[in-house]
Design a protein around this ligand. Sequence first.
Ligand SMILES: [Zn+2]
Ligand SMILES: [Zn+2]
Length: 222
Amino acid sequence: MPSIPQNEAFPTGDALFSEQGRREFFSATGARLTDGLPVWEKRLLARDLIGALGPVIEKVLRGAGLNACLRKILSVRITRGVREYGSCNIPRANDAECRLAFSGHLFFAGNAAALVDVVAHELLHACLPHREGHGEVFHRGMALLNEALGLHIEVYSEQNAIRQSESLYRYKVVCSACGNQFYYLRAGAVVKHPSRYRCAKCGKNAFKIYRIAEAKNEKNDG
Ligand SMILES: [Zn+2]
Ligand SMILES: [Zn+2]
């Protein structure tokens, strides 16, 4: 059985309304967010973030007069998804419950702010009526939480919130001038005609294309 790591207590509740409390919250999150965490530890961290943020989020929304009620969270799952950062699934049979899931690729050193924003986004869904989706009330809730808690919740999180995992991509493009590198799932324009593009980081035109051998489906890209 794995040993439970020293669990730094998160400042919770009203502490998150102060800048000092939030600094401690993010530093405690950052301290636990290291590279190569096993899934059970990612899940534990996600649960702790939910425990710290959930009641505060509900309080902010209610304080502004929104009809918000945090559902009972039945489970927290860590997925292997790269397209979906998080999800909040509300079973049809019981509107008072939900299941949350987060991409395991969100969990890497230095990504505390983005991870917290994704968790807060799903908790906002967990507080609002099933049909709300990303509607008007969701947008209002997002603005309220960003303001009250100093977050940067968005409807769609930035691409870089997820670590690009090499094994999922088929092409690796490296700028041989500055080392800047990125990955592609398909042979798009940059992969086919690298000489037409300049590096956004250093401005040079020195791309090298690598085909990632272990890619599944060895189909012809055409
Ligand atoms: Zn959403
Ligand atoms: Zn470059």
